[in-house]
Structures are given as C-alpha cells and as structure tokens.
Design a protein around this ligand. Structure first.
Ligand code: HSE
Length: 449
C-alpha cells in the first residue's frame, strides 16, 4: 500500500522534530501503523529554512492552503499555534475532508466545541495528544487506558516553565522575578512568558483533560486561572517547614452535591499554585518536567511523568497521533475513539463550578504585629466562618524583619477543607484588622491522596 501522505503546517522546533523522528524510525513506525507515513508537503513562511530541514524530496510552500487543496494529502499536522490563522486553516482542512493532528492547546481549549463538531460532521479525526504534557501520553491514558473508570480527579504539573521556576526558587531561596530572568536566559521561558507564568497555558491543558475525564464540552472560559507571579521565597520556605512543596497544578475534580454545605454537584476546573505534601511522588517532579496524577474509582491513583515540551518529546506525541489516524482512517467514524472520550451525543451538562463553590484547604501567611490577642482575633474570625484550623506556625518576632518600632511576625495557618466563598469572607475580615500589616498570602492546599 502507498504511504499515507501528510502535510505539515509550520516547521518550527516541534515540526522539525516530527520530520526527523518520522524519518529515523520510519521502518518501526510502518510496522506499527500497517502502512508507511510520509510528510510529502510542508508549509512555512520561511521556505528556504524549511527546505533546508526537510531536504529536496519534500515540496515546501509558503501558503498552507496549498496543502489543504492537495487531494493526495489525507492528514494535516497543524503546528502554527494560537487561534488566529490556525483556527481558519484547521476548519478548512476539516471541510476538505482531512484528518488533523495538532499540538495547539489554546485553539482546542477555546474553540474545541466548534472544531470537534465540524470534524464529527465531516467524519474526520482531530487528534491532539501533543497538546497536553508534550511527550506524556496522557490523552491516550484518559481516553482509552482508563475508560473503565469513573475518573474522580486529575491533577497535574502541566507547565514546564513554571515548574522550572518554582524548583529554582526552592533550591536557591530566590524570589520569582530573579528566577524568571535566569529561566529566560537559559531558554526555558519565552521572551513573553505571560501564558506560562500566569497559568493560562496550564489552564488550556487542564480544560482539555477535564473534558475528557468527565465527558463535558471544553469550557476554558469557566476555568479559574492563577499563576505564580505573586509567590514569594518565604512561602516556599514555610511550606517546606510544614512538610509541603508548592507546585502550579492544573486540577479537574468531580464533585458530588453536599447538602450540609449547600453545594451543588459539578466539576472544579482550576489552575493555581498549590501546597502538596512533600512525600507525594509528584511533589518531587523538578525542573521543566511534567507529571499528571489521575484518580479513578477502579484503578486508584495513577501517575504519568515525562517531558512536557521540546522537539522530540512533543514529536513523539504528534507521531503517535499520526499512527492512530493512519490505522483508523478507513474505519467507520462511529467505531473510532471519540474526540472527548465520550460519544458526542453522551456529553454531560454537569456544570463547571464557580470558584466560590470550590472545596479545598488553605495555607495562609499573615504579617502581623507581635501583640497580645492577635492570634485570638484571627482564629476567632476563622472559627466564625466555620473554618477548621489544621496547623499553626509562628516565627519568633526577631526572625522577621520589622519596620519602625512595631515588632512583627509571620503567622502561618493551614486549614482543613472549606468552601472558598467562606474563606474569602474570612480573609476580608482578617485583612481589615489593624494588626494585620500586609496583604495576606493565600495558597490553596491539596493532599492528592
Ligand atoms: N510552554 C509550555 C511549558 C510548553 O512551559 O510547559 C508548551 O505548552
């Protein structure tokens, strides 16, 4: 049988890796796919550079629409990124009856509903293993490997840049801004790192995992997103003293209704810095590595670890999708694995909960005047909000630099799970106390057990 022909849109780091790995391992890949897979056309604005990567045997064009117009091409790989021209081209490729393989998490998290509907109507596949956690086959695990389970929660370190920064902050005791500069110098962080450090990239990935885990439409606009820019070295140090590490987690959690707390059933979808027990394996994922934990009712807790970015790790995921699409390309669309794991007609309308309804535990750091009665006032406010304290740590006043003549100290409080809205009320009341001298730091805490 003739190799299946593939057109590649955008040959940057991942595209070059995909071309290279496909070529290097072509024999092995063909034995697995049952058919050769050949990138026969590449579209890139820099034609000369692209041609130097792929060699003379591959047609290089600067107009991606030439790929879509080529009837010989069955699969389009979209590695342009963003949701501008990439969205238009993906929809045009689908309309032309081509399968699409993409690493574009932003596009699918924001426009996935429209794109998957168009693909289903046309009977083509949109495969996106490379969009979440790079080389880790987490989409495959969630969609297929764990298909027997009711997934209870997914929690992952799904942004390498921020994990690198947090690891450096902990190792070197440095503040965020300094480490970010170093990360940019070393090429871990982009010149414009906003999507990474503000948690947006992780939220795109968490949105996709959430949909596949629970069979709900992609709803990036309902995700709670908080990055790592406000984290201080002192919070990382205090967390450590209490037996925790701070990681940026993407969390998707199924929640039953709780009549006693007046909380509805739904799904929590959130990205924010999080204290996790230092003894968990995932707490020890360092540098730019990624890891995802999934809790299923039958399987229990599982953990997936690997490189979340980079040329060949991401190419590994792109090619896995190429092989899947090649195997299933002639199959009846109804017998393929559905885009979001559940049959499109069986997607649920289980709501994504507002952040105020989220149930979680907290780390609080209060810079307070070292005076009689301060602790009593703070704990009184927590008690009246129904918030149960788990642990308290207070530094001796002279360990904390004070200003003027007022001795001051850091008061660190860990709470048990409570409703976020109750915590917000308590925080506002504590912040209003004259003896609380600086904005209170609040970091959520998950046991992941
Ligand atoms: N910028 C991402 C990261 C990789 O730092 O993990 C691509 O999503």
């Amino acid at each position: 049988m003739k190799p299946i022909q593939v057109g590649l849109m955008g040959i940057g780091v991942v595209g070059a890796g995909t071309f290279g790995v496909l070529k290097r391992n072509q024999e092995e890949i063909q034995r697995r796919a049952g058919r050769g897979i050949a990138i026969t056309m590449v579209a890139d604005l820099d034609v000369a550079r692209a041609q130097s990567i792929v060699g003379e045997g591959v047609q290089v064009v600067n107009d991606a629409r030439a790929i879509i117009a080529n009837p010989e091409i069955d699969i389009v790989i979209e590695l342009i990124g963003g949701y501008g021209i990439a969205k238009t081209l993906v929809l045009e490729a689908i309309a032309a009856g081509k399968h699409v393989v993409t690493a574009n998490k932003a596009l699918l998290a924001v426009h996935g509903t429209e794109i998957f509907a168009a693909a289903s109507a046309k009977g083509v596949m949109v495969a996106f293993e490379a969009a979440v956690a790079g080389g880790i086959p987490i989409i495959k695990a969630l969609r297929e490997g764990l298909t027997a389970n009711q997934i209870q929660w997914v929690a992952g370190i799904i942004n390498g840049t921020t994990n690198f920064i947090l690891s450096e902050m902990r190792d070197k005791g440095l503040d965020f801004a300094l480490v970010l500069k170093e990360a940019q110098r070393l090429g871990y962080a982009e010149a414009d790192p906003t999507f990474d450090i503000e948690g947006v990239d992780a939220a795109h990935k968490a949105t996709l995992m959430c949909s596949i885990a629970f069979g709900i439409p992609v709803q990036f606009d309902k995700a709670y997103v908080e990055g790592i820019t406000k984290l201080g070295a002192s919070d990382i140090k205090y967390a450590e003293q209490l037996g925790y590490r701070i990681k940026l987690l993407g969390i998707a959690k199924r929640r039953q209704a709780d009549a006693a707390k007046n909380l509805p059933a739904g799904v929590e979808l959130r990205v924010h810095p999080c204290l996790i027990p230092a003894k968990r394996l995932i707490a020890n994922v360092e540098g730019a590595m990624n890891a995802v934990m999934v809790q299923g009712d039958a399987v229990g807790t599982t953990l997936y670890y690997g490189k979340g970015a980079g040329s060949e790790p991401t190419a590994s995921a792109v090619i896995a999708d190429l092989v899947d699409v090649t195997r299933l390309h002639t199959a009846d669309a109804a017998n393929r694995v559905p885009h979001l794991a559940f049959q499109p007609s069986s997607l649920s309308d289980m709501p994504i909960l507002p952040m105020g309804d989220v149930l979680t535990a907290y780390y609080l750091r209060l810079r307070v005047a070292d005076q009689a009665g301060v602790l009593a006032k703070v704990t009184g406010i927590l008690a009246s909000a129904g918030i149960n304290i788990d642990a308290v740590l207070q530094r001796e006043a002279d360990e904390v630099a004070g200003e003027g003549n007022v001795p001051q100290t850091d008061l660190i409080i860990l709470t048990h799970d409570c409703v976020e809205a109750h915590m917000n009320t308590a925080l506002a009341q504590m912040q209003a106390l004259p003896t609380v001298l600086a904005p209170i730091v609040r970091i959520r805490k998950e046991e992941l057990a």
